[in-house]
Design a binder for this molecule. Structure first.
Ligand code: SAH
Length: 241
């Protein structure tokens, strides 16, 4: 059997014999760029039905059709972990979203804190980065990228039972690690380049669901901190086994 060279996220339902019509840009990518022809395999996933091996059934200039043959992976949901981060410069924000999707976040939430550099984000572009990362890393799930939300509002509407790993740069060098926990719903919070304000810090520390954590003896940039925090969380409480 030919190896599939392409793995794509689609919105349509996937199941045996199911046909998937291709939009113009998808057809251009598969047939124009990747030079695929009728009979060639493609792996598809949609975040609900696992991963499917499909074949090109029709290859046109402006469209095409794939047909689903067999499931190659079941749906594997990541742990119920949200990554909350304050958006920074464009390329670094893109990096955070990409890494969060690869590392197994269930939801990515850009938050506006007092010292957040950027007031706006392109949510659709960030979502597209999460899709690309999932296509590339073999995941069968794409985390949702939420709209930019004020930290205050997020905390006011905090869901019951969800724990918060608060990565606080003021704890640099302190021995504050993530303790064992049986809670299944979590969020990680990473601040902006300017860090958290004293008011925010005091408020966050007083929350009954907050766990203050240090990320070692050096101050990490926000993008590094996001990856480091997700590694620690996944290792201690997540799906890294
Ligand atoms: N400008 C700030 C640092 C901000 S670093 C200062 O100099 O104090 C950006 C974010 O990364 C922080 O808000 C925090 O969430 C996280 N972070 C970086 N290094 C950390 C550390 N050693 N411990 C805990 N969190 C850290």
């Amino acid at each position: 059997m030919k190896q599939a060279k392409v793995r794509l996220y689609v919105e349509q339902g996937l199941g045996e014999g199911q046909t998937i019509p291709l939009a113009r840009d998808q057809a251009h990518y598969l047939f124009g760029v990747m030079r695929m022809a009728v009979g060639d395999p493609v792996l598809l996933f949609n975040g609900r039905d696992g991963e499917w091996r499909c074949e090109v059934a029709f290859a046109g200039k402006r469209g095409g059709e794939l047909v689903c043959r067999e499931q190659t992976k079941p749906l594997q949901m990541p742990p119920d972990l949200w990554l909350l981060f304050a958006p920074i410069k464009k390329a670094r924000t893109d990096f955070i979203v990409e890494k969060a999707a690869e590392m197994g976040a269930a939801k990515i939430v850009p938050v506006q804190t007092e010292f957040t550099n950027s007031e706006r984000i392109r949510q659709d572009r960030l979502q597209a980065h999460a899709v690309e990362a999932a296509e590339q890393c073999g995941g069968t799930y794409v985390p949702e990228v939420a709209e930019l939300t004020k930290l205050e509002r997020l905390l006011a509407e905090w869901p019951e039972g969800r724990q918060l790993m608060f990565c606080d740069e003021a704890e640099v060098g302190a021995a504050k690690r993530l303790a064992a926990s049986s809670a299944k719903q979590w969020a990680i919070l990473i601040g902006p380049e300017g860090g958290f304000s004293e008011v925010e810090r005091a408020k966050l520390k007083a929350l009954p669901f907050a766990h203050v954590v240090s990320l070692g003896p050096r101050i990490l940039r926000a993008d590094t901190a996001a990856v480091a925090a997700m590694t620690l969380w996944q290792q201690a409480l997540g799906d890294w086994g």
